[in-house]
Design a protein around this ligand. Structure first.
Ligand SMILES: [Zn+2]
Length: 79
């Protein structure tokens, strides 16, 4: 389960001016268990990828996701 706000997302849609060249994805996880539950991956440009079942969702800058294990809602904001 994910929720992507359709309106009022604080503007992070513009490309950042920093010359970041690494494409490393950062893992965003819930730490409710010994092995973290991966909620999404994102990079420093603000692009967020969430995999739900066999579908991918893309968000930019801001996302909410519920941990499939503990049900806690988490909010990710990339600044
Ligand atoms: Zn959890």
């Amino acid at each position: 389960m994910i929720g992507v706000p359709g309106n009022g997302v604080a503007g992070m849609s513009e490309a950042m001016p920093e010359p970041i060249s690494d494409q490393a994805n950062i893992r965003w996880a819930c730490h409710c268990s010994a092995s973290p539950i991966l909620l999404a991956v994102y990079d420093r440009s603000g692009r967020i990828e969430v995999k739900v079942g066999d579908r991918y969702y893309i968000a930019h800058g801001h996302i909410q996701a519920a941990c499939p294990r503990c049900g806690t809602w988490h909010t990710l904001e990339i600044r």
